[in-house]
Design a protein around this ligand. Sequence first.
Ligand SMILES: [Zn+2]
Length: 583
Amino acid sequence: MEPNYSFIFAQISNLRMPYKPAIYLFIFLFCQFRALAQDFHPPLNIPLVLSGNFGEIRSNHFHSGLDIKTQGRIGLPVFCITDGTVARVKVSPYGYGKALYINHPNGQTSVYAHLNSFSPEIEAWIEDQQYAQKSYDINTFPPAGKFVFKKGDEIGKSGNSGSSGGPHLHFEIRDTKTERPINPLKYPFKIADNKAPSIYGLSVYALDDKSHVNNTHYANFSMGGSYGNYSLKPGETISAHGNIGFALHTIDRLDAANNKCGVYKVTLSAGNDILYQFEIDELDFSTNRYMNAHIDYRNYKKYRKHYHRLYTVENNPLDIYNIRKRNGALQCIGEGEIPIKITVEDVAGNASTLEFTVQCTAQPSTRIIEANPNQQWVDCKKPFEWKSDIASVAIPSSCLYLSEYMDFKSSTDNNGLPVLTVGDETYGAQKSYTLRLKIPETLMPKANKIHLGKVAANGRAYPDNPGEVHGAWFEAKNREFGTYTLLVDTLNPYIKPLSFYPGKEVRNGNSLRFRIKDSGSGIQEYNMYIDDQWVLASYDYRTGALTHIFDTERIKPGKHVLRVEILDKVGNLESYSGTFTSY
Ligand SMILES: [Zn+2]
């Protein structure tokens, strides 16, 4: 029930002076608290323990929700956090797996992903949609009001579907209009956190040729001090000249679990001057990949360490920075000491600090930056092209996050195949760039079976991208860098029956299960048919299981022919068929 504010205010106005400010303040705070304390039902009815939080650094993105542990189990009931109507239902072998999006009258959408199943009425409806579209993958928007849930209603069961590494519930709150995910820890979901963030390391970068840190371009320091209160190790000092930037290896842990989570807020001060502040209240899917610009991408790719840059590089339009004075760079001009303080906070307000001083030296850099003969300077603000007789590369502007030297070279291997190097995997790409490789004469008869191979450190090439053939050239769009060559896939996919054999007697609810695989270009399409009619089969790419649950509502008793068809990315088609009898 809404309190009658005008009545309350009228009563306060009648009070004598000394109490009034205090009471107004109390009411103001009470209203603030009400605004935030949306009385959401928890999405699970077990204690909420997180294996991942909002803003945590993941591959090519900041994590957009909470990963809530389900005690290693699937099939726990999942609850609607507040009254709402189902706006979207998505099913895919990848990504969010089975996911439900519910719109609420407060202008927010809640998202529940990696589900094992939806509520029975949604399950039945989505299956009809899958049959109508002849596809297991589906992304549908039910009419408003078709599926309505009250706060606390069960919307489905938790699972491990899609790109999930173990049973858990991925839960998000979004602004319905903008679809921007909001940090759910801003709401009182009763997720205990009394641990301060951990700080593991500090990197310092000279930001241009005339600058240096400890007489070089980069220095890394491990941490001394104690939990919550960090410092450089005894004897470690930082001297610098010119423009330098910092990056901090930091993570947070919550109570009740040891999982590494992301930090919420990082503030960098030089003396009394705040140079930079990062705070992760909201995200935007259209820019979320720029997480690669926020972190030290090279360090992440090499060592999986989460170094947050405390300055911003050239190509970083993220709006998660409250303050960026001189893009967060520290200016060391003249001689003297600058006291630096870095504070890291979590949403619950636990904080850790790192304090040290930078000794400024008058001496400019004497570093000489020498590029190797294969290296080219790539200005990230301009398009860049490189070519040889057998390969070419076209990188659009704003593809790289910062301007850098990159390796470009091409050669021919022992089998006469072109090999192209474009930097290496420690260079991040926001957009796709185009690479082209000349197809050798001998391969032209199999040109339509060519796909891109990525050459690993062990020298072997692994399937990467189907690409396209244009005359004597193979062309692919790519968002990773490294060494590439051509691969040929002339083999059909592989189909192995697991719970099916010709002549099998099948009853309602029996599962007809196959293992499917393609070790060349990869699986593009999978379909099952009974008597030439498409039937629903779920695919789990992690195990290769393709499963049809036999349904007597759809297939009448009698003799039938089951057919499985698997198509790979260069068009090789394998099929399997067998007869069975249903009862
Ligand atoms: Zn997640």
